[in-house]
Ligand binder design. Sequence first.
Ligand SMILES: Cc1ncc(COP(=O)(O)O)c(C=O)c1O
Length: 500
Amino acid sequence: MRKGLPKKGLSKEEIIQRLNEYCRDDADPFSGKLFTIAFEPGVEELRAVAFEVLKMFAFKNMLDFTEFPSMIRMEKDLIDIASSLVHGDEQVTGTFTFGGTESVFLAVKAARDRFILSRGMITIPEIVMPVTGHPCYDKAAEYMGLKVKRVRVDEESLTADPDAINEAITENTAMIVGSTPNWPFGTIDPIKDLAEIALDKNIWMHVDACVGGFVLPFMKKLGENIPEFDFRIEGVCSISMDPHKYAYTPIGASIVLFRKKFYKMFSQYANIRWPGYPIVNPAVLSSRSEALLAAAWAILHFLGEEGYMELAKKLVSARNKIVKGLKEIGYKIMGEPSVIAAFTSDELNLFTLCDEMAKKGWLFLPQKGIANMNIPPSVHLTITPIHDDLSDLMISDLKVCTEAVKKMPPREAEGLLEMFGTIFSMLVPGEMDLATLGKILSDMERMVNVYGERILKILGLEKGFPKEMGMIYQLLASLPPEIAELLTNYVVIEIFSRGI
Ligand SMILES: Cc1ncc(COP(=O)(O)O)c(C=O)c1O
């Protein structure tokens, strides 16, 4: 039965108690045991500053910046700081958003509109990017009517291959994307080469520095080998960079920078056609709390250049220790790691390895790879400054888990695969055109009614998400992606609607 509102309101104490109960299965983002999803510097005072500022601004709405001009001032400061890190000149401008995905949406909209206006909407505009690019580009493309071409990367370095990118470009290409670094492997694309192609062909070049924007400049100062990726390169039109990643601000903070104000015009939305107030939205959302912008402002000013240099030192030290440890155990490192390192193994089931590490409290992220591009399954590690103190412990646990997994018999995923194979037997992987997908979708509702509960049970999801997800990841890796996407969407809707 659905819960309604409580008849009588709860006290503050009751509320905290109830919410603490809801948090019972949450990971601790400050623990340093997470090697994905959390960007933890290990600086406790920083949190106190953020919490105080979140309180100050939680109920102020950025929708009406005429009423809350503090928002304009704080955003200007953040754009200036971000711009100075990536060598923007006085023309560079930008927008504060609630996340990398939203920043990317704005960049994609700007690139698309510029393309349409300059060439006429003859066809569907395309984004060309290395296969390692983040899915938020596919998402933006799906929302805004573009198409993404994912291009193979150099197999050794796992960075964009400029020749392959060049070959994929057609007269419909509206945007080229390179990542500094990409999420799966932490390798940095050769932005100079990509921007040269973009400039030559008059295509929008976006640099995805969501991960690296606030940390690579400091690592470069420490003497790390970081290739140039910013506005000093002529063809670069926009850069996204996220304070909520390596600037360590509360979640919900990103920035997209545009080379000039005119480019930003394409990203913004205005509407003066209805009987209500004039709308001018610099970002995707309309009403937005000012709290996250203020918290980002606060943390950047709290740490300052010296703070970020100190944290970069710790981060590099943690990464070096971890990479050394991984090599000693016998793992192969994927390309050249930056702040993210990924490793693979020919002999071990990496999905099982992640589960074994989860039992010891460590959160690793298994990745399926792409067989037809010679990218093997791997494990992703987001390394943060707090790991400097924890890397020895992590590596020693990893040694133990590696030995344990070596001795385990192969896991029985076959039963599951057989069942899904039967359900989806009408499909020929690789031949999933729109008509086939349409058929799957129309059969989906019936299949879900018949098999839904069983699917959840077999996957061990009927009580919510388990800590050990290896089996599920492995299953998803072995299904055609279109089917895996339908399945994950179903499972997530089901679990969310049960609230478990
Ligand atoms: C390279 C890259 N770009 C974009 C994004 C999207 O960022 P967000 O999760 O903040 O929307 C991510 C997220 O990890 C990323 O790694």
